[in-house]
Design a protein around this ligand. Structure first.
Ligand SMILES: Nc1ncnc2c1ncn2[C@@H]1O[C@H](COP(=O)(O)OP(=O)(O)O)[C@@H](O)[C@H]1O
Ligand SMILES: [Mg+2]
Length: 253
């Protein structure tokens, strides 16, 4: 059984079919990419799978459990974490606290219990801070462990979001354009980071416009256009697919 199974997934907004009858499976351990022109429905697909939107139709299973229509925190409990295309960093917190938000999402229930016992909470806070610092090192943010979020450059904030998602200890991590707005050097660093994340045992679903990065990293690729699945397969298979070539040349734009 695949870790993620998506069948007949659809979502419309006031008559606009953002995602239309999309089906695919992601096996555990893979780097699985979703590509397609702007407006193809990639972010909507992520929003559906991570519980931000309720599907108009279709099924989503995580490790066999049906999750369509469930809330983000329920998905988190099943090991699903994500980053956002547009930065969602709390600028009035320090970098570490931003990462700790991810751990708090993971430990929500315990938090309520331990709030009744301050010494335990303080001890746990120190633990989570240590864990956050470790994750910041893992994503290459050693230089920013004591930094205020609003003092960090954009490229570092993109990686901070990844650290926060990892603090949820996910099995399945959704990255929506982690290299958007980065320079070529930073893009290579993010590609290496995605590889390290996958090597650590986390299954990665990636939306990314940088084709070099996608082709190099992905075990399989789903190509979307106008909300529909256009093609699916290995990098080699989708690269040669005539419909994919047409979509990317803007033949119908
Ligand atoms: N919350 C929303 N309300 C209305 N339309 C939306 C909403 N989210 C996405 N859409 C529309 O759905 C389509 C797909 O958008 P999106 O999923 O963001 O594409 P992509 O991430 O591939 O660029 C677009 O036409 C977009 O305008
Ligand atoms: Mg998008």
């Amino acid at each position: 059984m695949a870790l993620l199974e998506v069948a007949g997934l659809s979502k419309s907004f006031n008559g606009v079919q953002a995602v239309q009858d999309v089906s695919f499976d992601v096996d555990a351990g893979l780097i699985y990419s979703v590509i397609g022109p702007n407006g193809a429905g990639k972010t909507t697909l992520f929003n559906l799978i991570t519980g931000i939107y309720v599907p108009s139709a279709g099924e989503i299973r995580v490790d066999g459990t049906p999750v369509a229509g469930r809330q983000p925190h329920e998905l988190a409990a099943l090991g699903v974490a994500r980053t956002f295309q547009n930065l969602q960093v709390c600028m009035n917190m320090d970098a570490c606290e931003n990462v700790m938000v991810g751990a708090h999402l993971r430990l929500d229930r315990n938090l309520i219990k331990s709030a009744l016992r301050w010494p335990a909470l303080a001890r746990r806070d120190a633990e989570l801070r240590r864990e956050a610092v470790e994750l910041m090192r893992f994503v290459g943010l050693d230089a920013y462990t004591g930094a205020a979020a609003d003092s960090m450059p954009y490229g570092a904030l993109k990686r901070l979001e990844i650290a926060r998602a990892l603090a949820m200890k996910p099995r399945l991590l959704f990255l929506d354009e982690p290299a958007a707005g980065l320079n070529p050097r930073e893009t290579l660093d993010v590609a290496a980071l995605v590889r390290r994340i996958a090597d650590s045992g986390v299954t990665v679903v990636l939306v990314e416009h940088d084709m070099k990065m996608v082709m190099k990293l992905s075990d399989r690729i789903l190509v979307m256009d106008y909300g529909r699945k256009l093609a699916e397969g290995t990098a080699e298979q989708v690269r040669c697919h005539p419909d994919v070539i047409a979509a990317y040349l803007g033949a119908h734009a």
